[in-house]
Design a protein. Structure first.
Length: 308
């Protein structure tokens, strides 16, 4: 048993762990790259640890896969409800760039949840595999607003903002969302939603009912297959086999990238979530309240059906 209190090795470069060997692999590899928890362009810090930036971590792993000639394909393993619009788009672009620069195929494997921004990332891959019990979809944009102004007025606290323009405080916690200010925010939501639709339309031309598939609802893996949101329903072994097939190889070793001191005992041992408090995801409940507490405000490609 290892117990680390705020101290880690000076060299924190990613390590490679072979989690499944195939006879006849001849050194060829398929790398698992995990994306877990809330997607945001910021460190997710926790008790006695600095945490990591999910965007930076993905870039680092993809660079490692790019520079390793033995890696012939990548499995992008997704377990995320999505995240901020810009972070999701940045990670999407990193995956697309990796495919373009290397020619190495990328297969998305959806775990418990790969919704909204998680689905956005899946659209950057060559093929999508989902478990039958995966929750995916939630294609859309949300910006959550609220106001304390009425409550503060009731206890005799009055607030006034001096702004440079009538819409500068749109979405402020201390103001009212007038129709004009709502229209400003709605225009941004519409713009980001149109971008999301363009990504889906390019990646999934065989969706049977595009309007229904992109209205924000979530789907099980089986439903997503019927709708055309994913290519096949399967598991890790199916994704591994498909990655080898797309790479044109019969055998390969399956490897995972991880930080030193993180135990990886099997292909199901995901790399630690991108720093910060642990994220428990299961079919009955998704506990992300600590993560959301650290999340930046703004516009999200995220499934809001999560909470403590």
């Amino acid at each position: 048993m290892t117990f680390v209190v705020g101290v880690t090795p000076g060299d924190q470069k990613l390590s490679v762990k072979n989690v499944e060997s195939q006879r006849g692999a001849r050194g060829q590899r398929v790398a698992i790259v995990d994306v877990s928890g809330l997607i945001m362009n910021a460190n997710r810090a926790g008790l006695l640890r600095k945490g990591e930036n999910p965007v930076s971590l993905l870039h680092e792993k993809l660079e490692m896969a790019r520079q390793d000639d033995r890696v012939k394909a990548v499995i992008l393993r997704l377990n995320t409800p999505g995240g901020t619009v810009t972070a999701s788009d940045a990670m999407y672009r990193e995956i697309r760039r990796f495919r373009q620069r290397t020619g190495k195929p990328v297969v998305a494997l959806m775990m418990d949840v790969a919704a909204s921004g998680g689905y956005y990332l899946a659209c950057a891959t060559d093929e999508i595999v989902a478990y039958p019990t995966t929750v995916t979809g939630s294609i859309g944009v949300i910006v959550q607003t609220m106001t304390f102004k009425t409550a503060l007025n009731r206890i005799g606290v009055h607030t006034d903002a001096i702004t440079s323009g009538p819409n500068k405080d749109a979405g402020s916690l201390l103001g009212h969302l007038t129709p004009e200010k709502r229209a400003v925010l709605q225009s941004l939501v519409d713009d980001f939603y149109a971008r999301f639709l363009g990504v889906v339309r390019e990646a999934r031309p065989k969706i049977t009912d595009f309007e229904m598939a992109t209205d924000g609802r979530v789907f099980s893996g089986d439903q997503a297959l019927e709708t055309g949101l994913v290519d096949r329903v399967g598991d890790l072994h199916d994704a591994f086999a498909r990655a080898r097939e797309l790479a044109g190889i019969e055998k390969a070793d399956l490897v995972i990238y991880h930080r030193p001191l993180h135990y990886v005992g099997s292909p199901y041992a995901t790399a630690a979530p991108a720093g910060g408090p642990s994220t428990e995801i299961n079919l009955a409940q998704i506990n992300l309240h600590h993560t959301f507490a650290d999340a930046p405000v703004g516009f999200f490609y995220v499934w809001p059906g999560v909470g403590p």
